[in-house]
Design a protein around this ligand. Structure first.
Ligand SMILES: NCCC[C@H](NC(=O)CCC(=O)O)C(=O)O
Ligand SMILES: NC(=O)OP(=O)(O)O
Length: 312
């Protein structure tokens, strides 16, 4: 594996899940993997889970780990050929080159602006690091994908499924702010490429995800129809891809006990952070069907499997 930006970088989803499970089962037997190697994590946006689980994964494998919050760094320029006489002090070309002097793997989080769809879907920030870094680059959630979350979610589903090929429902839910499509895009493409679940996606009209991520999944606009018979309910808000960045005030899409009663005694999943009693009711989130802490735990083992593959 050269970089880890999407499911397409994983030679085999099943194999990567197996490696994550193996490291989870025996975490103290992998300290040589990153020996004398350095991992740098760069954050252009906030994080709790991604930051700490990736640091923990790096330390578990014996890497030296350095994390930088880019709010404290120079403002970077991403345009090529530009006259840099405004407020951006450093070009990504130098920044990525310099970071490559200090580390063996470079991980980057950068969210979309949700204003210009073409600009966001060009995934400019992470791709600039890929272009100018001389070390492997890992996505810690880019403008359009969150692959480490999705790999952790695959591991969580593999650990909890009752049937060989469970029905997984990804449902849109309400939120007071406009949020990226990244988690949902990634979840869809990992579920489809994994090939061991049947994925149905429910969202309001006007909130269909970009077709490149949902090919192979069923997309419906009736939440109840999607939930019926589901073994896993993966919940997430996203702003509109079609009317780019638009939100909708649809409180009826909350996932509550009545909605969960439609399912096949499903587990509830969410990547966190989650808005209680907006996205999901307290009753569902506090219940023993909620897997949110298991998902957060599995972030560590997903990151470890990816770091192991990149450390070669
Ligand atoms: N990393 C997991 C989700 C990150 C981000 N959520 C958020 O920004 C939620 C913020 C809030 O609830 O205000 C997203 O949807 O992509
Ligand atoms: N799920 C997730 O990526 O959480 P953070 O945004 O806190 O890293």
């Amino acid at each position: 594996m050269k970089n880890f930006l999407s499911v397409h970088d994983a030679p085999s989803v099943g194999r990567l899940i197996e490696r994550a499970a193996a490291i989870k089962a025996d975490p103290f037997d992998h300290e040589r993997t990153g020996h004398h190697k350095t991992l740098i994590n760069l954050f252009f946006n906030p994080s709790l889970r991604t930051r700490l689980s990736t640091e923990k994964a790096g330390m578990t494998l014996g890497f030296q780990v350095i994390t930088m919050d880019m709010a404290g760094g120079w403002k970077l320029e991403f345009e090529d050929g530009i006259v840099m006489n405004l407020d951006r002090a450093e070009h990504v070309r130098e920044a990525a080159g310099v970071l490559s002097q200090y580390c063996d793997i470079l991980a980057v989080r950068s969210f979309p602006e949700l204003v210009d769809r073409d600009a966001d879907y060009a995934d400019r920030v992470i791709n600039a690091f890929v272009k100018y870094a001389t070390v492997p680059v890992v996505s810690l959630e880019s403008a359009i994908r969150h692959p480490l979350q999705s790999l952790a979610d695959c591991l969580t589903i593999s650990e909890h499924r009752r049937s060989a090929r469970p029905r997984v429902a990804l449902t849109w839910a309400p939120h007071p702010r406009k949020l990226p499509q990244a988690v949902a895009n990634s979840f869809a493409e990992w579920m489809v490429n994994w090939g061991e679940v049947d994925l149905v996606i429910a969202n309001p009209e006007g909130f269909d995800l970009a077709p490149e991520f949902t090919a192979g999944a069923e997309v419906v606009h009736d939440q109840a129809a999607a939930l019926r018979g589901a073994e896993f309910v993966y919940t997430k808000n996203w702003s509109s891809y079609t009317h780019y960045g638009a939100t909708a005030d649809l409180p009826g899409w909350i996932v509550d006990e009545d909605k969960m009663a439609l399912t096949d005694n499903a587990y509830f999943m969410h990547c966190l952070p989650v808005r209680r009693n907006v996205i999901v009711s307290d009753g569902v989130l506090n219940s023993d069907r909620s897997l949110v802490l298991q998902q957060a735990n599995n972030r560590t083992w997903a990151a470890a499997a990816v770091l192991e593959a990149l450390a070669g």
